[in-house]
Write a protein that binds this ligand. Structure first.
Ligand code: ATP
Length: 534
């Protein structure tokens, strides 16, 4: 029998691959790169674009493993905002931008909005913030210059957004959304686009379903040939951030023609896939088969459990994680929680855990950032103060890598608190969890949310809080928003390799300190119907 052609070796110049979770999309990008490199001129490189730093690290690790260090050097792995920032640094003056103007990070806009919402009740503040963000995002989602942005904002009629934009201009800084807008403007200039297209003669884009039309335009303009897009519309969870999966897919179909579909999971055990298939069937997805079902001891595990309180649920997760790590210290365990407010019992119980635990929301626990920090402390004299350490850390980070710089600033802030407590930077540094050097996911427990878990995988996944108001989020009001919440649940469930545990608590503690009863998630029955009781 002739084996089916690996889409990575497809002779097509533009390739679209659609596949459910764990079917090897990211892995395919590494094989595609290996296939394309010999076709390119020796001076040409491949641009690999992702969304977040985590996704960037994940893809870079796969590419490095698949290609080896020498070939990997010919791939530029970056995220959209990093790519945009680099364009501005290199070509900003062409459109009147100071290439050295301060580049914003995600929180710059939040800080600018703060005075407009402070003092408002929580719900009104959240709504008002969202409206300001939406107005600015709408005005900046096109390659408008600054005057055109103001015109659009005036039409939208959000006074706060207008004032924030005027203030931004006066300060001469760029907000996060400005990076993409200006990158799009710069790539609209034929000479600049040509330079990029000569340098990057192939592009790899992971998770195309999360692209905004603007990001798609940036990707397309950066490379004229050999474009590979992989993704899964059932895992689209960024429409709140501007992703337009249907529009982007339609455009990609025009460029790439008929997509390749993958449908065998290389990630998950049959037991995990049974749960993933239940969730995906609610979204109209096709069932997945495990590539090698016999390779999983007992076929994997899928468990569910209900607890009286959130603390009991968290304690059970800690006990199970401890047991798993005692049995095999190389086990990776993800505890994935949909919303930050629901994480409280987990944080409380894991604060004193004796097993390796990493919280993904804390930059001070991020391996890359900790490495920058430790390197700086190592290099500097013992008596170096925080200002010098901060400067050294920031100097060690690519100035266009806005996401890493933002994380570093947060981490340095946390680190300065540790220094106050421990006396000296060296004493504080000794308290930090040593960074893992080789694997993007180190053994032990990782506490994260659904969106940061995108594209990642763990031997075991625990999903606490499968309750109404949490999964789906209480903020999801429209049918489309609730549908996106189901896709979020699918992403969470499908991070598991061998085992999955779905849990809920019957009571939780409100901010006031009083207990209240919860209801099961509307998807609890479907999820647990494919699980065994723990
Ligand atoms: N052809 C293959 N043979 C063996 N293992 C594979 C193959 N393709 C992928 N894998 C492995 O399967 C796992 C899942 O692959 P990958 O992360 O690429 O899937 P994905 O489609 O990107 O998943 P998701 O959409 O959930 O992020 C990884 O451990 C990867 O190494």
């Amino acid at each position: 029998m002739i084996p089916p052609l690996d889409p990575a070796h497809s002779p097509r110049e533009n390739l679209l691959v659609i596949a459910p979770p764990g079917c090897g999309k990211t892995e395919l990008l590494a094989r595609r790169a290996a296939h394309l490199l010999p076709v390119l001129e020796p001076h040409q490189r491949i641009l690999a674009l992702t969304f977040s730093n985590r996704a960037k690290a994940n893809l870079a690790e796969r590419l490095l493993t698949g290609l080896g260090p020498q070939r990997f050097r010919r791939i530029k792995v970056t995220n959209f905002h990093g790519h945009a920032a680099e364009l501005i640094r290199a070509h900003g003056p062409t459109i009147g931008l100071d290439p050295h103007c301060p580049l914003a990070n995600k929180s710059t806009l939040s800080q600018a909005i703060e005075p407009y919402i402070s003092g408002l009740p929580f719900a009104a503040a959240a709504q008002s913030k969202r409206q300001i963000e939406l107005a600015l995002a709408a005005a900046k989602s096109q390659p408008h210059d600054d005057d055109e942005v103001l015109k659009v904002l005036a039409e939208i009629g959000n006074q706060a957004a207008l004032e924030i934009e005027l203030e931004r201009r006066q300060q001469g800084v760029l907000h996060y959304d400005d990076l993409l807008r200006h990158a799009q403007r710069l790539l609209g200039i034929k000479k600049i686009a040509y330079l990029y297209q000569q340098h990057f003669s192939a592009i790899l884009v992971d998770e195309f379903q999360d692209l905004s039309p603007q990001q798609l335009q940036i990707a397309l303009a950066s490379t004229a040939r050999h474009r590979t897009f992989v993704g899964d519309p059932l895992q689209g969870i960024y429409s709140w951030a501007g992703a337009r999966p249907a529009e982007v897919e339609a455009h990609l179909l025009e460029i790439c023609g008929e997509p390749h579909y993958l449908n065998t999971s290389y990630r998950s055990s049959p037991a995990v896939l049974a749960v993933v298939n239940r969730a995906s069937s609610l979204l109209g997805g096709q069932p997945l088969q495990a590539a090698d079902p016999a390779a999983w001891p007992s076929g994997g595990q899928a468990l569910y459990a209900t607890f009286d309180t959130g603390l009991q649920e968290a304690q059970w997760i800690l006990d199970e994680a401890t047991r798993l790590l005692e049995a095999d210290p190389s086990t990776t365990i993800g505890v994935i929680i949909r919303a930050a407010w629901r994480r409280r019992p987990i944080d409380e119980v894991f604060a004193n855990a004796k097993i390796p635990t990493q919280r993904w929301d804390l930059p001070i626990e991020d391996d890359l950032i900790v490495q920058h920090l430790l390197d700086a402390i190592q290099r500097l004299p013992r008596q170096a103060d925080m200002a010098t350490i901060t400067q050294t850390v920031l100097e060690s980070i690519d100035p266009t890598d806005v996401d890493t710089r933002e994380q570093a600033l947060h981490a340095l802030h946390e680190f300065s608190t540790l220094v106050k407590h421990d006396g000296t930077p060296r004493a504080a540094a000794a308290q930090l969890r040593p960074p893992a050097t080789e694997r993007a996911i180190s053994p032990g427990v990782h506490i994260l949310n659904a969106h940061t878990g995108k594209g990642q995988q763990f031997d075991w996944v625990f999903i606490p809080g499968i309750e109404g108001f949490h999964i789906p989020s209480g903020q999801a009001k429209t049918p489309a928003e609730r549908q996106e919440e189901l896709r979020v649940a699918l992403v969470m469930l499908s991070r598991a390799r061998h085992g999955l545990a779905a849990t809920r608590a019957l009571t939780l503690i409100a901010n006031s300190g009083n207990p209240y009863s919860t209801k099961p998630s509307q998807w609890w029955a479907a999820i647990t119907s494919a699980c065994h009781p723990a």
